[in-house]
Design a protein around this ligand. Sequence first.
Ligand SMILES: O=P(O)(O)OC[C@@H](O)[C@@H](O)c1c[nH]c2ccccc12
Length: 265
Amino acid sequence: MKTGKEQIETVFIANKNPLLVAFTVAGDPDYETSLNIIREMAASGADIIELGLPFSDPVADGPVIQCADIRAMDAGMNTDRLFDLVRDFRADNETPVVILTYANLLIRRGISRFYADAAAAGVNGVVIADVPFEESDPFTRAAKESGIAPIMMVSPTTTEERITEIVSKAAGFIYLVAVMGVTGARTGVEHSAIDLLKRVKAKTSVPVAPGFGISTPEQVQEWAKQGADAVIVGSAIVRRIEEHIGDPHAIITAVGEYIRNLKQA
Ligand SMILES: O=P(O)(O)OC[C@@H](O)[C@@H](O)c1c[nH]c2ccccc12
């Protein structure tokens, strides 16, 4: 059987066009609707699902995802429930799942235990929003032991030297932070990010996926043209959930329609 990390690699190899990584906060607005949202994202063409494990102090997140974190926590989401959610999704779906969260939640559970439980639930990769490269070793090691891809981040301010070190530890894909600041939809594609994509790709064969501020089909097309291996879209999806709170059916329709639009691009 393939490890979680190998399943991510397989999806990249099987697709010539850039992949779509679709983010949502686990348990937003509630467990059942969230499960239906991730099923719909996969059915509408998302190649990888990125699930945010909500945290009380999400320093890298903008207002849209912060509010989603609060909705999900109020509805009872936590680490155990996250793994239940992945397990329920896995009952009939093989789309790779990457968890996005903050270091505190891994440390609180015990780093090894977090990765072992994640692997048992069917998680393929883990991104930690607030661990600098210098402190990433215990996480990367535990990820490796569990067959989970440690997804590493690079940003426009990362030095050449650091990029070299980061890509040497990376697996699954590399998360290219396309704009400085917090998560949230923006327009256009910054030159510094395109330049960063070229610099990272020159150093590694691990796929590179820009995220932060991507929301329009035009941006997706631009990234495809520039040679991105995937694009990551978060806040724009979460915004569609927020717009239809109280109407689960409308949430699913809006998310599905939006994903299909991006996928076409
Ligand atoms: O929301 P945006 O701008 O589309 O960016 C993707 C992002 O949502 C997702 O990958 C993410 C959500 N929270 C994060 C925290 C850090 C890094 C990345 C993330």
